[in-house]
Ligand binder design. Structure first.
Ligand code: ATP
Length: 292
């Protein structure tokens, strides 16, 4: 659905994107993660046609986005990081505007607007001015403008930033339902448990490029988990140790003659993956990547 190849974007001496490749098939939610400044928003802005890349190529569905910028709007829904809504217009008017841009007209447009407002639990505030809504409600309106018309590609840039649990849950349900119906989703967030909830595959961005891509299981299985053992011995009641082979480590412990009261193995998760990126970045000295 989305193929981005070799994207480069420079801002003066800073290479925001530096050979960024990402493919997102239909029906897949890709969690695009990485530290502040890794290039995630720049990528979203380029795919959305808001920023022009210095090099590289994007295809959305069968369209070449460079040739068909206007037509591409029908294929993609965008919820940018910075809210872009009309504060003096109502929720319904904001969503209607984006429905029009997505090519919806007449009765079909009204039906789709009503559906998306319901999906994001906005029906009760549909005729209120956006400027009078809470931050979480505005986040939901922003998501509604992206989802209306059911575009086959969704770009959601930190859509739950600052959202309360109800807003978060409404958004995640809506995103899951869209992916199940075949929508390709690029989802950036710093809140990693959301990606577990969404069962997203992952793309790890660093220094303006994707350094790892795969399922959560593929990207975490080589990382150490944690072996936690408790003992009756009051001098050392608990032992915690990173492990990639809990069976062997436990066997070695038992062979040393100590008798555990309980044994628990914590499997590596996304937090560990994020931490491993941090370590790798620090070791490689790639945190600062201005070309100057
Ligand atoms: P965050 O997690 O903080 O949202 P990000 O991964 O989305 O970060 P980007 O916003 O894409 O990162 O920024 C990538 C780099 O490009 C940063 O070093 C940033 O300062 C720089 N950059 C982005 N937009 C501009 C701009 N309009 N002008 C100058 N530099 C920019």
């Amino acid at each position: 659905m989305l193929i981005a190849e070799g994207l480069v974007k420079r801002y003066g001496p800073c290479r925001a994107l530096d050979g960024f490749d990402l493919t997102v098939p239909a029906g897949e939610i890709v969690g695009l993660i990485g530290h502040n400044g890794a290039g995630k928003t720049t990528f979203v802005e380029i795919v959305a046609g808001l920023v022009r890349p210095d090099a590289g190529r994007i295809s959305i569905a069968t369209l070449d986005a460079r040739l068909a910028r206007r037509a591409a709007r029908r294929f993609l829904g965008v919820a940018p990081q910075e809210l872009g809504l009309y504060g003096t217009a109502t929720v319904r008017e904001n969503v209607r505007l984006f429905a029009g841009l997505a090519g919806l007209r007449g009765r079909r447009r009204d039906v789709e607007i009503a559906q998306v407002l319901e999906e994001l639990r906005l029906t009760a505030v549909a005729d209120r001015r956006v400027g009078a809504l809470s931050g979480g409600q505005r986040r939901r309106v922003q998501a509604a403008t992206a989802l209306v018309g059911s575009p086959p590609l969704l770009l959601l840039d930190e859509p739950t930033a600052g959202a309360d649990p109800e807003t978060r849950s409404a958004l995640l349900s809506a995103v899951r339902a869209r992916a199940e119906a075949g929508t390709a989703v690029v989802y950036t967030t710093h809140y990693l448990p959301e990606l577990v909830d969404l069962d997203a595959t992952l793309a790890l961005a660093r220094g303006g490029r994707i350094i790892a891509r795969g399922t959560q299981e593929e990207l975490t299985r080589h990382l150490p988990g944690e072996l936690r053992v408790t003992f009756a011995d009051p001098a050392e009641p608990e032992l915690r140790r990173p492990t990639t082979d809990p069976g062997a480590d436990l066997a070695a412990l038992l062979a040393s003659g100590r008798t555990p009261v309980s044994v628990d193995v914590r499997r590596p998760g996304l937090d560990d993956l994020y931490r491993s990126m941090e370590i790798a970045a620090t070791e490689a000295g790639t945190e600062v990547r201005d070309a100057a």
